[in-house]
Design a protein around this ligand. Structure first.
Ligand SMILES: C[S@@+](CC[C@H](N)C(=O)[O-])C[C@H]1O[C@@H](n2cnc3c(N)ncnc32)[C@H](O)[C@@H]1O
Length: 220
């Protein structure tokens, strides 16, 4: 365990994982992410995909649904998270839906060397609502570690809570997350070595989620 914020995150998501799932369903977060990936030009067949900080699997499952709907079978889907209670929920969902072929493990984004060596060379890494839980001064090194797991042409899709009047009480205080503005995120990505950074929006039916957070695509 590294530092107080990390153990605080494990405590928070161990105690409140049910509330988290209810909250994100209420705001149609899973559907918004699936709709984003349904329209994303980054998807193609045979992708090697990693979900960093997968929690209960909302993003992995939304992405997988989009791949299935678009008939683009992945080469591999792998996911890690720090909190065992979140991972247990994820594994239960996989069993309940009869989904095989998704590898899930416990790991800390600040200690990626603990992942199996084969967990590298990704075409696509996604990370949603997780990096907010790191100490601010560890953000760049976490991004650098994730970038190192991408292959040459790999892409990183980051969903991150923005700082505004709505998220300060709702996500900052209630969900104890650090909040960022767009220039801070772009600066962190560039300092981590990404040379292309593009901010995207949720599809029209889910535009309300733009009020919550940023979707950023980074590469290079
Ligand atoms: C708000 S949840 C987001 C989960 C999922 N990505 C989603 O979008 O629903 C934040 C997750 O980040 C995980 N987390 C926090 N710090 C982490 C770290 N250092 N390494 C890996 N996961 C971490 C927590 O365990 C929690 O599951």
């Amino acid at each position: 365990m590294r530092g107080d914020r990390t153990s605080d995150a494990v405590r928070l998501f161990t105690q409140k994982n049910r509330a988290y799932v209810r909250f994100v369903r209420f705001v149609l977060y899973p559907q918004g992410i699936r709709a984003f990936f349904l329209g994303s030009p980054l998807l193609r067949s045979d992708l090697r995909v990693l979900d960093a900080g997968c929690g209960t699997g909302i993003v992995t499952l939304a992405l997988r649904d989009a791949l299935v709907r678009r008939r683009l079978p992945p080469a591999s889907l792998q996911a890690f998270d720090l909190t065992p209670a979140m991972l247990e929920r994820f594994r239960r969902s996989l069993r309940a839906r009869g989904i095989e072929g998704v590898d899930v493990t416990q790991a800390d984004v600040l200690d990626l060397d603990a992942l199996p060596g084969s967990w590298s060379d990704y075409d696509l890494i996604v990370s949603a609502s997780m990096l907010e839980y790191l100490p601010r001064d560890r953000l760049v090194s976490a991004l650098r570690g994730l970038r190192a797991r991408l292959n040459r042409d790999g892409a990183f899709v980051l969903l991150m809570t923005r700082r505004n009047w709505l998220t300060r009480p709702l996500i900052g205080r209630w969900w104890q997350a650090n909040l960022y503005r767009a220039p801070e995120i772009e600066d962190a990505l560039r300092r981590a070595g990404f040379s292309t950074v593009a901010f995207r929006s949720f599809p029209p039916a889910f535009r309300h989620l733009d009020l919550w957070g940023y979707i950023v695509e980074a590469g290079g």
